[in-house]
Design a protein around this ligand. Structure first.
Ligand SMILES: [Zn+2]
Length: 244
């Protein structure tokens, strides 16, 4: 069994630590910064031996160098990230493309290329563990902004995510849920699953609690970008959210 720990950093980023107790390996996914992530690992007696980056944005790779430097004390840290963004990230030891396998202990993550938020964005899907690390492509009730891609690409990404098993746990990189949900309610005001979810989200946020991870099943029911019926509908919704 893999253990996953959420490390909140900066204003609304989540860095994820994945730990395999059998091999004693630990992976940091998208470390925005180094120190709080190293501390979260050390507090559990873990040492970070790998970093998995989903895309080049500074709030996903900013901790690479600091973690790599600290890891000299325990045998090093291998940094994996998208081949298409290797030049922009600079610190990658291993570059990966669609279909590549990345491991933690005996657990395998399959790389999915999901361009749109950035041109080379990837996700790490662990099918046997029912987990996916999606960076800034899929959020709870939302999707990433289209900085370097098209609505057609994001629509294709959403269809791929929607095809995963409902009980797949989705680890996204920001706490954007409440804002996403409020917008979603303007699009689907009669969606009962969405209304119920937003009540729970509002309660959690009032208590300053995290609302991620989420699941593919929950997103299929409440994510208006995953629920968009075609590219034009996704494009219209994304543009309206950006303007809001
Ligand atoms: Zn980003």
């Amino acid at each position: 069994m893999l253990e996953v720990v959420r490390v909140p950093v900066l204003s609304d980023n989540y860095v994820w630590l994945i730990h395999d107790s059998v091999s004693a390996e630990t992976v940091a996914v998208d470390p925005a910064v180094a120190e709080p992530v190293l501390q979260a690992a050390a507090a559990r007696g873990w040492t970070i031996g790998q970093i998995w980056n989903t895309h080049w944005h500074g709030d996903h790779v900013g901790g690479n160098a600091g973690i790599k430097a600290a890891a000299k004390a325990w045998g090093g840290c291998t940094i994996t990230g998208p081949a298409a963004e290797a030049a922009r990230i600079g610190s990658l030891d291993r570059t990966v493309r669609e279909g590549a396998s990345v491991g933690i202990g005996d657990h395998v993550a399959r790389v999915m290329e999901v361009p749109a938020h950035t041109a080379g964005h990837i996700a790490y899907h662990l099918p046997d563990d029912g987990m996916i690390f999606v960076g800034d492509t899929l959020f709870a009730m939302g999707c990433g902004r289209l900085f370097e891609g098209t609505p057609a690409q994001m629509f294709a990404n959403m269809q791929r995510f929607a095809a995963l098993p409902d009980d797949t746990t989705v680890y996204c990189a920001h706490e954007y849920t409440q804002s996403n949900g409020r917008f979603a309610l303007t699009v689907e005001p009669d969606n009962m699953a969405l209304r119920e979810r937003m009540e729970a989200v509002d309660t959690a946020r009032a208590r300053d609690e995290a609302t991620v991870p989420t699941t593919i099943g929950l997103e299929r029911d409440t994510n208006i970008f995953m629920r968009a019926r075609n590219v034009a509908e996704l494009a219209q919704r994304r543009a309206a959210k950006d303007a809001g």
